[in-house]
Design a binder for this molecule. Structure first.
Ligand SMILES: [Zn+2]
Length: 113
């Protein structure tokens, strides 16, 4: 399961932060999942507690924020939001678009105690 290895990776990163901050445990973790990150929200929500078992992150609340795919056109500079996997600029029809948001799996914040 792809999500489990991602969750394990996330837990290990967050555990390092906890130790560095001298905190005992995490209370709430905010994560951003991009529409094109390849991470499915539901399996990730299931995988997280499994990965956190036996770590200081055990029992922490996982808050997921999903962000849509955001594109920027190289030709006309127009920024657009899409859920279409075929990425075309809606203004000029150019295929020269760059993904500026939506490919990420990032930790936004963590509340510790
Ligand atoms: Zn364009």
């Amino acid at each position: 399961m792809h999500e489990l290895s991602l969750a394990t990776e996330l837990v290990s990163q967050l555990s390092d932060v906890l130790i560095r901050e001298g905190a005992r445990e995490a209370v709430e973790i905010h994560v951003v999942i991009g529409a094109m990150s390849g991470v499915e929200r539901v399996p990730f929500e299931f995988a997280f507690p499994v990965a956190a078992e036996g770590t200081p992150l055990h029992g922490a609340k996982l808050v997921i924020q999903e962000v849509p795919l955001k594109l920027c056109c190289v030709d006309c500079g127009r920024e657009s939001i899409t859920d279409d996997p075929i990425m075309v600029c809606p203004k000029c029809g150019s295929m020269g678009v760059e993904v500026i948001e939506g490919k990420e799996l990032t930790i936004k914040s963590m509340e510790v105690r």
